[in-house]
Design a protein around this ligand. Structure first.
Ligand code: AMP
Ligand code: GLY
Length: 422
């Protein structure tokens, strides 16, 4: 079987690492990939939004499965593009249709979907510049903190949580006048939920599904969950407070209604549903849907899948899917993300990375890295995820921390408190 993975981060390195272990794999390509994926398969310099070029490559190389890492190609309609072309419709694109990707691409769409299917989530209202007065009245009728969300994708910056009504009103006005361009022409105002977050990943073909290992990521740049939001500074799996009873609630109240909701709307969805959850006094509520795997959650979820993953993906859309077990490794896994100094604000690239070969007992997943001549250099804000197994979270984190200290590059930064709150 020939597989093409789209993307260039730690998530795509972890996906390709897992897929490459399959005995049924013939060739694996990663486009564009990074300095880590080049050791697993072949990096191909394709633009992940250039569907014509991806289709040409896939036809020439007889690709069977395309796994789409990030959301951008999905919200741009890559699934529908491959379905609509006679010469590419036989290729299985792992990712939802354009309609399904709206679960992530539009907060308002996601909220309406949850309401329709009685899925527990924060109460909300949605407003545009025409209904600004209603938005202000809505804010004034509620207590702080105020949660304002740009409806569309805003590079992870579109959610604001504000403590004062003055600030909330000001931000609402700015968002509706284009602070995030078109993405904030509609704003969702949500009830603030106080609790602890975790992430559940579901692999589905819209009818059948399997639940992947549960994970928790650490989004803020600073220790003690302080400072700016990032793509994710680390992750752990499993999550000690997410026990079987909690997972049962998630499955009954959230996963099953999500899958049946897709069917009711006749949405084609073959791929990952990433459900961002918050436990409020032991009751799970949905914070958001994403239509792809999480990063760095994938760097702890893939190591904890004990089964051959490729046949499971290949069986999506067939009854065989239900016959293939997806076993979870009982060990814990923790990922610590090494980032460039300054990230998530301005940072420099091109710093030489050394001592990767000195790492023992951890898996080094590359994110923003690139090979330049003999050297591997930094090429992004998030540079390397160091993932380790342990008998429990504490042990897994300790091994990742030891190796995070060994890998060296100028202005390296990482959080030393991953898993601290568990
Ligand atoms: P989102 O992009 O919707 O995941 O929001 C980004 C982050 O904002 C989440 O991971 C939460 O930490 C926080 N957040 C979003 N919605 C709420 C809410 N209703 N209550 C409390 N925190 C929230
Ligand atoms: N780590 C959060 C995300 O991938 O969106």
């Amino acid at each position: 079987m020939n597989v093409l993975i789209l993307g260039s981060g730690g998530r795509e390195h972890a996906l390709s690492w897992k897929i490459a272990q399959s005995p049924i794999l013939d060739n694996i390509y990663i486009a564009p990939g990074n300095a880590g994926t080049q050791d697993i398969g072949q990096n191909i310099p394709l633009d992940i939004l250039d569907f014509d070029a991806i289709a040409d490559f896939s036809i020439n190389e007889q690709i069977d499965i395309i796994i789409v890492g990030p959301e951008a190609p999905l919200v741009a309609g890559i699934f529908d593009y491959f379905q609509d072309r006679e010469d590419t419709k036989h290729i299985k694109v792992i990712g939802p249709s354009l309609e399904g990707s709206k679960l992530e691409g539009s907060k308002s769409y996601g909220k309406v979907f949850m309401m329709e299917n009685d899925i527990p989530t924060a109460a909300y209202g949605e407003f545009t510049s025409q209904t600004l007065d209603g938005g202000i009245a809505h804010l004034r009728a509620h207590k702080a903190p105020y949660v304002l969300k740009a409806d569309g994708l805003a590079a992870g910056k579109g959610v604001l949580i504000l403590d004062s009504i003055e600030e909330a009103e000001q931000e609402l006005k700015e968002m509706l006048s284009g602070k995030f361009g078109d993405a904030s022409s509609t704003v969702v105002i949500e009830e603030f939920l106080d609790g602890i977050e975790f992430s559940v990943f579901v692999l589905t073909d819209g009818t059948r599904y399997k639940v992947l290992p549960v994970a928790k990521d650490y989004k803020r740049i600073g220790e003690g969950d302080t400072g700016l939001n990032t793509g994710g500074m680390g992750a752990v799996s499993p999550v000690p407070f997410v026990d079987d009873a909690m997972m049962k609630k998630v499955e009954e109240r959230i996963i099953k209604p999500t899958i049946s909701g897709l069917q009711k709307r006749d949405i084609a969805y073959t791929g990952f549903v990433f459900i961002g959850l918050i436990s409020v006094e032991g009751e799970p509520k949905v914070i958001e849907y994403n239509c792809r795997m999480g990063d760095p959650e994938t760097e702890v979820v893939m190591p904890r899948i004990d089964s051959d993953f490729l046949p499971i993906i290949a069986a999506l859309g067939t009854d065989e899917f239900d016959d293939l077990p997806l076993d979870h490794d009982p060990r814990s896994c923790a990922a610590v993300m090494l980032v460039s100094g300054g990230y998530p604000e301005a940072y420099e690239k091109g710093k030489s990375i050394t001592a990767i070969e000195k790492v023992e007992d951890s898996i080094v997943f590359h994110a923003g890295t690139k090979q330049v001549g003999e050297e591997i250099v930094t090429n992004g804000g998030r540079v390397i995820a160091v993932s380790s197994y342990g008998d429990d979270t504490t042990e897994a984190v300790a091994i990742s921390m030891k190796n995070a200290a060994i890998i060296t590059f100028d202005k390296k930064n990482y959080r030393k408190d991953i898993g601290f709150d568990l």
